[in-house]
Design a protein around this ligand. Sequence first.
Ligand code: 3PG
Length: 208
Amino acid sequence: QSAAARGICALAPIIPVIVVQQVADAAPLARALVAGGLPALEVTLRTPCALEAIRAMADVEGGVVGAGTLLTPADVRAAKAAGARFGVSPGLTERLVKACEDEGLPLLPGAVTASEVMRAMEWGYDMLKFFPAGTSGGAAAIRALGGPLPQVSFCPTGGVSLSNAPDYLALKNVACAGGSWVAPDAKVRAGDWAGIEALAREAAALPR
Ligand code: 3PG
């Protein structure tokens, strides 16, 4: 189930976690992030215009736009209809997995404990979001999970920053990380696309 998600996680060291407040910001924001070297974009379904933002970003050349915060089958269907090419969820439920399979939407499901990871593996997923990373043991926890579960790779998200990202990206069971710091609300509101491109460039240069 995770082949496509692995491909998306391989595109860049960081997947921007994006909260769009105004549809008009969506395309220029996506262009700035892609220009800075971050093609995979996670638009969280947390604002009323999120689906419209995905629609607008889906046309940006070089971008691979996904929907984050998928909680229900209805979210999955709406995300797919809006043009999302992958989905991200903070967790994993049977209903969510089935909906993604039915819609043909590659899913990056969330898991942080050994049992959650094993359940994901039973459903064929071995590329997982590790959320909330900072409060779930951080890089030390991911390293420890790699002992008994070395076949699984993670994308830690939640509390990841430019300064601690290298701790995660140095792990062999971390494919990439996710973070919102590359698309800060203040810069988006100000239309500071050059500033966001610079943040993206810095993140894209992180070694892994
Ligand atoms: C997420 O939705 O994955 C997180 O809220 C992003 O976390 P961050 O804001 O700490 O990067």
